[in-house]
Design a protein around this ligand. Structure first.
Ligand SMILES: Nc1ncnc2c1ncn2[C@@H]1O[C@H](COP(=O)(O)OP(=O)(O)OP(=O)(O)O)[C@@H](O)[C@H]1O
Length: 508
């Protein structure tokens, strides 16, 4: 029998992890985010912004190509982009027919650049960080059909040059780990793969037959993505974490990833009929067998604690309820015939404490395994996270090539746009240094918070995928404007004025 049990219920039922142990692990445990509700400027964590133009596709050639120029800033590593419509579009005002960004882009990929070129410039420099145990995140952002899936996952698995960033990174990382493994007799390092997609308010575990998971903010202010809670036959409750599949070589990982992604939902967008209708998140974490086993032990102990904690709460409530009476005029008064059985309550609390202590021990053991493995090599826990966002719908009436959608597909398109609007607001709030970042607006932004707040010394990046087709000018401009906001915030943060430097000197 499977039941969905709200994570908060575990707290109400008295299931509380030891706080210091809990905090210690959350920084490296999968799928949890730091508890910051308010992101202060001092905590602002920028990431790089790249743009990738995709080639013009057959039918698009009829409507023409956007005129695009890029300019490198003098003495800067950042570039700016100008785009102009070559043909007059009646639906747009004159001022809407061209646009120029600030110096906000770390690099611009041209239509003939391969996935391998993108990997070499964007992700490859981050691998040494991952091998030092850090976390690096890569997002593809762009409208439907602009090339996000092509970039992050890829479509041609037989051609090494066209592997998407996720697989190209896995290939690279697996090679590095095999060298490390050859030198170590103590630990064998592998890649723990997690693949899930966000559909509306749920996370779907693609490595576990599409089981539903829930994105929730815990009472500790952290975001948890956890699988279904099951009530087993022996009365045990199991809170399933999202699946981590250990992969010991690249071929195994590629098989697992491809298999998992087959369960991803695709449908017709206004641009094409194989559109990803969900946001897919792929995590590659450096793991060992011992670490995964220690995590399983933590999960087992937590599962054992849930019913015991609930029992303690139930007994307490039962005793309190028996001790009061409801009078005919609707008032609660003490029941003179019942004396609270404090011994019963205390016995249940003692049992709960015993199980809490078992959880704590399992967590401490996990920490020991982690620390001991990190002494062998610091790569343990290093993470690469790839996010293939569902494409924003291009709703312009001027798009004569738009494909017809069913009402359900239109509805999905609206949901995607709502999520991406929330993302845009988060990006805007960050770029304006607002004290409150609206991460709670959508499950997407809740999950992405961890990635947005990644440590400042990582090489995390957003890749804006854009189409050169004139009939997608508005969507392309919107994507570039998002990136511009992020890039300018990046510049502000990186070039925060030091003594003697004028405020805003590096910002156009
Ligand atoms: N850089 C590129 N080089 C060659 N082909 C590309 C490139 N980018 C995209 N394409 C092709 O364009 C089409 C649409 O790309 P893709 O499916 O990656 O878009 P998307 O942004 O993921 O769309 P959606 O959000 O609707 O899923 C695919 O056929 C893809 O192979």
């Amino acid at each position: 029998m499977i039941q969905n049990i709200d994570i908060h219920m575990r707290m109400r039922s008295g299931f509380l992890l030891n706080h210091s142990t809990f905090t210690k692990y959350l920084s490296k445990s999968p799928l949890t985010t730091p508890p910051s509700q308010v992101l202060l400027m001092s905590e602002f964590k920028p990431f790089k912004v790249w743009t990738r133009w995709r080639p013009l596709e057959g039918i698009e050639a009829r409507t023409g190509e956007i005129y695009c120029q890029s300019h490198d800033g003098e003495g800067q590593t950042l570039s700016r982009i100008s785009i102009t419509l070559q043909h007059q579009a009646k639906s747009l005002l004159q001022r809407e027919q061209s646009w120029t960004s600030g110096f906000s882009f770390n690099g611009i990929f041209q239509p003939n650049d391969s996935n391998h070129d993108v990997f070499e410039r964007v992700v490859s420099p981050a691998i040494p960080d991952v091998l030092r145990g850090k976390s690096c995140n890569f997002f593809a952002y762009g409208h439907s059909g602009s090339g996000k899936t092509h970039t992050i996952i890829g479509y041609e698995f037989e051609h090494k040059n066209e592997l998407g960033l996720c697989l190209a990174s896995a290939h690279h990382l697996a090679r590095k780990l095999s060298v490390i493994n050859a030198q170590s007799t103590v630990s064998k390092f592998g890649i723990g793969l997690r693949v899930y997609e966000l559909r509306k308010n749920k996370a779907i575990d693609l490595l576990n037959d599409g089981h539903e998971c829930f994105v929730r903010e815990g009472p500790d202010g952290r975001i948890h993505v956890r699988g279904e809670t099951e009530l087993l036959e022996n009365g045990k409750v199991r809170v399933r974490p999202i699946t981590t599949r250990p992969c010991w070589d690249f071929v195994q990982l590629q098989d697992e990833l491809q298999q998992g992604l087959m369960g991803r939902e695709t449908a017709t967008s206004s641009m094409h009929d194989q559109s990803s209708r969900t946001h897919a998140i792929m995590e590659l974490e450096v793991i060992t067998k011992d670490l995964l086993e220690a995590r399983i032990q933590v999960n087992e102990r937590q599962s054992e604690l849930v019913p015991v904690g609930k029992m303690a709460t139930d007994i307490y409530i039962e005793e309190q309820t028996r001790a009061i009476l409801l009078t005919a005029d609707g008032k609660y008064v003490s029941n003179p015939d019942y004396k609270i059985d404090q011994e019963r309550i205390d016995a249940a609390e003692r049992k709960k404490a015993e199980f809490e202590s078992a959880v704590q021990k399992a967590e401490e053991y996990e920490a020991e395994v982690f620390t001991a493995t990190a002494r062998v090599h610091p790569c343990i826990g290093g993470k690469l996270v790839f996010v293939d966002l569902a494409g924003a719908e291009f709703l312009s009436t001027s798009n004569t090539n738009a494909i017809k959608q069913t009402p359900l597909e239109k509805q999905q398109g609206k949901q995607i746009n709502t999520d991406l609007l929330a993302l845009k607001e988060v990006i805007r709030a960050r770029s304006l240094n607002q004290s409150r970042i609206p991460y709670r607006s959508s499950p997407l932004t809740m999950v992405l918070r961890e990635h947005f707040e990644a440590t400042p010394d990582t090489r995390s990046a957003m890749i804006l995928t854009v189409s050169p087709s004139e009939d997608q000018f508005g969507a392309t401009m919107n994507t570039l404007k998002y990136g511009d906001l992020v890039g300018l915030a990046n510049a502000r943060s990186s070039f925060a004025p030091s003594a003697g430097q004028k405020k805003g000197q590096c910002i156009p």
